[in-house]
Ligand binder design. Structure first.
Ligand SMILES: Nc1ncnc2c1ncn2[C@@H]1O[C@H](COP(=O)(O)OP(=O)(O)OP(=O)(O)O)[C@@H](O)[C@H]1O
Length: 729
């Protein structure tokens, strides 16, 4: 029997494979407000103190617990020296680039070369719809769906000029010096695949995008057709930076083109871009990433919170209409606290709809919004959020609205829905005539569409029953038995996903005492779900990012978008409802191409009919890393025999599973505590022990009630303490 390492040593080990690049200047990828502290001093050009995050780190977290920062963290002085040096280099480089931008020396890549580079990076770019072709085919008749032949006719592949280096952003696409500096200060050196493909499409001319026909090429004018972009790129591949650079550049450019404000006049912040994300956690993260890039540019980014409204000046009300609830806000004298003015607003769909809901006409129009970004677009267009998302999209009635949709998984039905909506919207706004600028819907696919990242090790573990799953999870935490290659263990920090909130809570109470006291005990395990208050959610997120929490039990709330650095693994305690959900859950580890992440999926007898969903994704991912399923694997992933033995999931079952999950695990009172629920209860205790425990609890409770009753009776008899006035002489 292998003796597991003493808990204290095991848990305090700071050497985690996915710790990332040591000394990477980006210290926080999430909520830490690294850039808000000393912001003003920095923008004025005065010396910047160490950021709040660093301070907090120095104050609070012992270094060995800091999972999220590289091993070789530099000392304060060496860090400052490095930062100064980097700034110097940036300035020098930007000066050179500035000179180049007037006289660009970027070699013009021929079609063949472009194709070769795009292929090397596994980028495939397709025009899904050319509005002119679609219009010809429809003769402007109202339509709900585009026919397959029309769609096919409008489709063709293009080869935009790949963005091979970030320096091209300034020299070729003319991004502002400040934006380039901010980008560099984040320590980004090379664009990722999704940035290589998307930024030229978003920032470039038609020539850069490979959109110019031979006829166009004869004319010297630099045309720029409108593009709506669908991007499907793996989890953790840097999509946020892709859309942020684009939006910030466009807003800065249009601000520059407008008249300069007088010295005592502050530039007005009008909402020109909306970024929609499905959860507060992701929205907060986007705000934080955006603020770092927008630092000192004057562009204001706001994250909507409950009770906030967009400033009425930003909304195109119909006559006599006004914001719903705005009067109540003013009457309280707190208008300023509630009304938001910003250039970019990041929000969940429902919060934004509330923030723009007018008294008479539902969602009020947002005439200034020119950029709409749907992050995790497939879930935003899924029935759960569809109405809200389309409501916002409709409210954006600016004729030159550009929409971009981003996710690691966008299925063909969602793609079709988006395409139809874009087409319909243009038709309703009268933008289909040939005199209006050309519009394309372009799709960028990075790597294998809708698949899990190949740098994560996938483990499917059969645990037979609920009890088996709990034992398996404990075994992962404290491996026992002879040391062998097949001993599966998982070092914190890691995420554990359950199907429902109540199961997450139940699992949390089971695992609370699994971390030894000397390693921090129960404070190392936390649960996060949507029933908690926003403040509690933010606190838990911050604790996990700082390394104070090691094991975070959650629902699909955290399956999308959130970026934790140095995450060692993900446990699917309950199997995910869909293949896409698996892709996103496991994508919380192995980000930015880091090796060492493990994704463990536990399944029981009841799950067998649905496991094929997951198995198919795992098989595709393993094929992608050239580990043939046929030739066997490392002994853990997906064995060929298992893949073959698993029953196929029918369409009907897939649909049921997607909307309801495994039925017996649903969080009804019956399912949790009723007779039929025994099989799905999260507990290591036997029924006998549980009965004894309940009996004991019942006795204590009965005694407490009896005492309370007796006290009450005493009070009623007039002999309570307050009533007793002593015996008169
Ligand atoms: N060019 C780059 N070089 C290095 N790191 C990068 C680069 N671009 C982005 N990153 C980092 O990669 C991480 C993942 O980025 P991001 O959260 O945007 O991924 P994503 O593609 O949106 O993932 P998901 O699909 O899970 O939402 C972040 O920590 C980000 O700072």
């Amino acid at each position: 029997m292998q003796k597991s390492a003493p808990a204290s040593t095991k848990f305090s080990s700071p050497r985690i494979p996915s710790n990332g690049i040591p000394g990477h200047p980006r210290q926080d990828s999430g909520n830490g407000d690294a850039f808000s502290v000393d912001e003003k001093a920095k923008c004025r050009g005065t010396k910047r103190k160490r950021s709040g995050v660093e301070k907090k780190h120095d104050d609070g977290i012992p270094e060995q617990l800091d999972f999220f920062i590289g091993d070789a963290r530099p000392s304060a002085s060496s860090e400052k020296r490095a930062m100064d040096k980097r700034k110097e280099n940036v300035t020098r480089r930007l000066d050179v680039q500035g000179a180049q931008s007037t006289n660009p020396v970027i070699p013009d890549l021929g079609e063949e070369e472009r194709r070769r580079i795009l292929k090397k990076h596994k980028l495939k770019i397709t025009i899904l719809g050319d509005a002119s072709v679609l219009q010809d085919s429809h003769h402007d008749k109202p339509t709900r769906t585009l026919s397959a032949t029309v769609e096919k006719k409008a489709r063709s592949q293009i080869s935009p000029r790949p963005l091979t280096s970030f320096t091209q952003l300034r020299s070729k696409y003319g991004i502002s010096r400040r934006l380039a500096e901010n980008l560099d200060a984040q320590g980004y050196t090379k664009p990722t695949e999704v940035q290589i493909g998307s930024l030229p499409l978003l920032l470039g001319t038609d020539e850069d995008r490979g959109l110019r026909s031979r006829r166009d090429q004869r004319s010297k004018a630099k045309s720029r057709a409108d593009i709506d972009l669908l991007t499907i790129a793996p989890t953790g591949s840097g999509k946020t930076l892709g859309f942020m650079i684009h939006v910030l550049h466009e807003l800065l450019e249009s601000r520059q083109a407008q008249r300069k404000p007088k010295p005592d006049e502050r530039p007005e912040n009008r909402v020109q871009a909306l970024i929609i994300a499905p959860t507060h956690e992701l929205a907060d993260q986007i705000v934080n990433e955006g603020r770092k890039l927008a630092s000192c540019t004057g562009i204001k980014i706001a994250g909507l919170r409950k009770g906030m409204k967009l400033h009425p000046d930003l909304i195109g009300f119909k006559d006599g209409d006004s914001l719903k609830g705005a009067d109540d806000d003013t009457s309280g004298g707190t208008t300023k606290d509630f009304l938001v003015k910003a250039d970019i607003v990041v929000s969940t769909p429902l919060l934004l709809l509330h923030a723009i809901s007018a008294k008479q006409s539902g969602a009020a129009p947002l005439p200034d919004v020119r950029f709409l970004i749907l992050d995790e677009a497939d879930v935003l267009l899924d029935p759960l959020f569809r109405e809200q998302t389309l409501g916002i999209w409709t409210a954006c009635n600016n004729a030159s609205l550009r929409t971009s949709l981003w996710s690691a998984t966008i299925g063909s039905s969602i793609e079709s829905l988006a395409q139809t909506f874009i087409f319909e919207r243009r038709r309703k706004l009268g933008l289909m005539s040939s005199s209006v600028s050309r519009n394309y819907i372009v799709r960028l696919v990075v790597g294998l569409k809708d698949s899990a990242i190949p740098n994560v090790a996938h483990r499917l573990v059969y645990a037979a029953s609920e009890q088996g799953k709990l034992l398996a999870l404990r075994q992962l935490l404290h491996p026992s038995g002879a040391p062998a290659a097949d001993t599966l263990s998982l070092q914190p920090p890691f995420l554990v996903f359950t199907q429902t909130i109540s199961r997450a809570i139940a699992l949390h109470s089971e695992l609370l005492y699994d971390i030894p006291l000397e390693a921090g005990g129960s404070s190392r395990v936390a649960v996060l779900h949507s029933d908690l208050s926003d403040t509690a959610r933010s606190k838990i997120m911050a604790g996990f990012r700082k390394g104070e929490i090691w094991i975070l039990i959650t629902t699909d709330l955290l399956s999308r978008g959130v970026d934790f650095r140095g995450m060692n693994g993900v446990v699917n305690y309950d199997i995910p409802n869909t293949g896409a959900s698996y892709v996103h859950r496991v994508g919380r580890t192995g980000r930015q191409g880091r090796e060492g992440g493990v994704a463990v999926t536990l399944y029981t007898k009841e799950d067998v009919p649905y496991v094929k969903n997951v198995a198919n994704v795992v098989a595709a991912s393993e094929r992608a890393k050239e580990k043939s399923v046929v030739a066997g694997n490392d002994g853990w992933g997906l064995q060929k025999w298992l893949s073959d033995a698993l029953p196929n999931v029918s369409k009907k079952m897939k649909k049921e599973m997607k909307t309801r999950g495994v039925e017996s695990r649903r969080a009804t009172a019956e399912a949790l505590w009723g007779k039929g629920a025994r099989k799905t209860r999260i507990s290591t205790k036997s029924g006998y022990d549980r009965r004894l425990e309940n009996k004991k609890k019942g006795t204590v409770e009965g005694k407490r009630k009896r005492l309370a009753q007796e006290e009450k009776e005493e009070e009623g008899s007039g002999l309570g303490d307050e009533e007793w006035a002593g015996i008169e002489d």
